[in-house]
Write a protein that binds this ligand. Sequence first.
Ligand code: CP
Ligand code: NVA
Length: 308
Amino acid sequence: MNNFLDIHTTDPAALRNIIDTARAMKTARQGRPKGTPDDVQPLDGRMVALIFEKPSTRTRISFDVGVRQMGGQTMVLSGTDMQLGHGETIADTARVLSRYVDLIMIRTFEEATLLEMAEYATVPVINGLTNRTHPCQIMADIMTFEEHRGPIAGRKVVWSGDGNNVFASFAHAAGQFGFDLTFTGPPPLDPEREVLEFAAAAGRPVTIERDPSLAVAGADLVVTDTWVSMHDPQSAKERRHNQLRGYQVNAALMAKAKPDALFMHCLPAHRDDEATSEVMDGPHSVIFDEAENRLHAQKAIMRHCLGV
Ligand code: CP
Ligand code: NVA
């Protein structure tokens, strides 16, 4: 049994295997209606709990569809509807759920909640996003890059904007998959030191370049995300917009990257804030491939967790 808690705590060989499995499974069901089962049914008879303490479109639906395609069943649970949201401990919840289900996916606020769930559950636990990281997203993003451009190792990835949870998982992935990562954003919104330290210790120190035009030079991939994440107070919105305005990904910025550079955004987006619609809908953009690949990548992650 394997948890999938973060990219930096998962073995690089297992990460590579997940990407390869995801690609093979995607190819195997090309052209098939979404509701039809896969040829192999590794989750036959398995029950999966999908717990959401924050909103979700992609994570919720892609996990649900993925489990069903592999022959399993799901229960989609909102944290507030469970006793968890009314004072029952995470440890007790984890022990109870483990008596009913074979796998737990949780999207939550504090990383400590995820870790406590994993500590006390006797079934695998998957991180569906915390305030600190979003590993499932970055597995889909790496799969997407490689589908379009081949191996990501040695390539230049540039993140423009907030040094947030999605950035953190990119930084973890830089160390594990061996690509170069540049962060461009304002100092108050720099990534956490621990995240930068992991990438540096893994031999892929994150380059910090305050000027976005200089940062994107030679980029194979330009990535951004919302300027205000779900855990950020709404009161910070105006300040963040003022701090980040200069880091918008627009056509002028993309023109400074490599001519064949890709553009990614995990979605949901605030169009014409962090990225213009011109870029999001333009020739560099692979945002909907990323969204689709959440499904395939997470199916492979669930197989990894269950060893099936
Ligand atoms: N990218 C992502 O995780 O989207 P949702 O919040 O819709 O799940
Ligand atoms: N950084 C965003 C990602 C949403 C998928 C958030 O945490 O709200």
